[in-house]
Design a protein around this ligand. Structure first.
Ligand code: COA
Length: 170
């Protein structure tokens, strides 16, 4: 079992993971759109033998209203094949992704998601920082973590995710 960067030949299998993990193909299409959007991204797969059973994507987001050159990644989406969930694969993907983002020099990572899952990797509610999001969601589900200590201190603004996410806005 290993985690590695996505290769061009993986894209159909990755789409299949999302189609099986979600009720619709919206997330599978989202991954394809984000990959082609031109925004910097990090795409990792979890490989078990010859099979891909999990995937995670990070795409660079914009901090509207901030004129520093802060580089923030947005974690979304991620998915593990239904039959392989709750075996630690998702956690391994999050940790590997955070390590990669850090080694690539990103300042922080944000995520909109389960408050029972992401805090274990160091994400805290964004209310700890002076950042909001263009999504109309309870603030506790919008979480962030600094990859460089103090990176979000004295920064403020609205995190704007890639427009490919707009279809998921309430
Ligand atoms: C969320 C997901 C990626 C986690 O991957 P995983 O390999 O099952 O996760 P792990 O085995 O590392 O960790 C399991 C933990 O995640 C939690 N978890 C899984 N789905 C969850 C959910 N919908 N809400 C809250 N927590 C969830 C489990 O309760 C478990 O918590 P525990 O360790 O306290 O028991 C996976 O369940 C999945 O693909 N779900 C469907 C797609 C999805 O919801 N993706 C995330 C949003 S883009």
């Amino acid at each position: 079992m290993s985690i590695r960067r996505e290769l061009p030949a993986d894209s159909d299998i990755i789409a299949d993971i999302y189609t099986k993990g979600f009720d619709t193909d919206a997330e599978a299409k989202l991954v394809n759109t984000l990959r082609e959007s031109g925004a910097p991204y990090l795409s990792l797969v979890y490989e078990d033998g010859n099979d891909l059973i999990g995937h995670i994507l990070f795409t660079m987001v914009e901090l509207e209203g901030d004129n520093s050159n802060i580089r923030i990644m947005g974690l979304a989406p991620m998915c593990v094949l239904p039959g392989d969930q709750c075996r630690g694969i998702g956690s391994s993907l999050v940790r590997a992704g955070l390590d990669e983002c850090k080694s690539e020099g990103y300042d922080a990572v944000v995520v909109l998601g389960y408050t029972g899952f992401y805090p274990r990797f160091g994400f805290v509610s964004s209310v700890e920082f002076d950042i909001t999001t263009t999504f109309n969601v309870p603030m506790e589900v919008f979480m962030a973590q600094e990859l460089k200590p103090g990176a979000l201190k004295d920064r403020s603004g609205r995190v704007k995710f890639n427009q490919a996410f707009d279809q998921f806005k309430c």
